[in-house]
Ligand binder design. Sequence first.
Ligand code: ADP
Length: 258
Amino acid sequence: KKKLEPRKFTKNPILGTKFTIAVSSAKGGVGKSTFATNLALALKQIGCKVGLLDADIYGPSIPKMFDINEKPKSDGQTLTPITKYDIQCMSIGFLADQQTPMIWRGPMVTSAIKTFTQKVGWKDLDFIIVDMPPGTGDTQLTFSQEIKMDGAIIVSTPQEVALLDVKRGIKMFDKLGVKILGLVDNMSYFTGDDGKKYKIFGEGGVKRTAEEFEKEFLGEIPINPEVGKCGDEGKPIVEANPEHEISKIYLDFARKIK
Ligand code: ADP
């Protein structure tokens, strides 16, 4: 009797793009979607053609952050991404009502991810930025095992609870053979009216974690109310105000990635 062999996965590239980069966070609410959208827009500003794939099936954010309310067209085979701010976008949120929860088991999530990576007509892109759901579950597994990923960026806030999850996230990508491009420290400090920097969530934790695991530390993004306001209004800060100090930080990230 033939011995059972471990299942082999074939890694398919997403067609229509040169590079695919995941933006990941092990915890929710640390600013991962904010980072993914602004990085996409910053890459566009420095001359790249960019797509944005919202892989967060249970909690899609792109429709709100880009203020997109239309449904993508389909010819029965391929879904056409919706282009806004010159970025080609796809999200499960375009297909379902904003307030309808996706009450799905894992295999359906995997199937949605396959549709988004294989049946979307992405065109002539340099980068697809994938906004991953938080955690280390089905979506991360599908992307890491079955899709050719060129790298992952991990976003975190500096709190200890978040860092614990970051360590799990790093180990997951290492184990699955996805190159970690670096770690980003979001909401690292707040500058008060007195000009002083207040380190609300602690200091240097993300950088220390990067050093501990020998990963690159890409930099910090301070807390700025303008970031949240722009996201809520459907026009991320890099698009709304490219001269803003936060936008300049994003442009630096984009140059590092390019
Ligand atoms: P995640 O994708 O990790 O769940 P989001 O990107 O949705 O997190 O961000 C959570 C909230 O924090 C949003 O309201 C967003 O506008 C806000 N936010 C993210 N980064 C910053 C920042 N640097 N300064 C201020 N608010 C931020």
